[in-house]
Design a protein. Structure first.
Length: 178
């Protein structure tokens, strides 16, 4: 992981100025570059993206992988998987907040995924934020209960299922991804 500093807070326009193959995000105005993901990481993200797409599309939701989400002018992240309303699925960057975001942990991004990205999602009231920990074989489901202002976290172990009713019904067998 490397950071790139400017004499001002970075914005989405600064990301667009990087080479297309650059894996970069902006955290609090600082551009952070990350290495490519492992095959296991990519398979887990792809499996979840496929399951979410099959369940969400009939309800007007599409799945994006590796697309920029702009939380505010100096915070642009690239979730492994995000579910958005069909009307905003082609936005770049996505500025209408997703209804579900998935991050698969990797050594280079774990701290950002668990703290900063979670905070962006929680502040934006993204209904579901999932973190997949392949090393520990667990999925952490962050979600709101009733009118809570902070996420409740459920820990789902390998072989158990994740079941949600909103924004669309879905059951995922974690044994396939963990």
């Amino acid at each position: 992981m490397t950071t790139r500093t400017l004499d001002r807070p970075a914005t989405y326009d600064d990301l667009r100025g990087l080479p297309p193959e650059a894996r970069a995000e902006i955290f609090d105005g600082v551009i952070v570059m990350s290495p490519g993901a492992s095959p296991q990481h990519n398979r887990a993200a792809r499996y979840l993206a496929n399951a979410l797409e099959v369940a969400g599309q009939p309800h007007g939701y599409l799945v994006n992988t590796d697309n920029d989400v702009q939380w505010h002018p100096t915070a642009v992240t690239r979730p492994d998987v995000c579910v958005v309303a069909e009307a905003h699925a082609n936005d770049q960057p996505i500025t209408h907040y997703p209804v579900l975001v998935v991050e698969v942990l990797s050594p280079a991004s774990a701290a950002r995924d668990l703290v900063r990205k979670r905070a962006y999602c929680e502040t934006a009231r993204v209904p579901e934020y999932w973190v997949v920990d392949l090393a520990e074989r667990q999925l952490f489901r962050h979600h709101f209960v009733d009118s809570d202002t902070h996420y409740t976290v459920d820990t789902i172990d390998a072989g158990d299922t994740v079941t949600i009713d909103a924004p669309f019904p879905l059951v995922v067998d974690t044994g396939v991804i963990l």
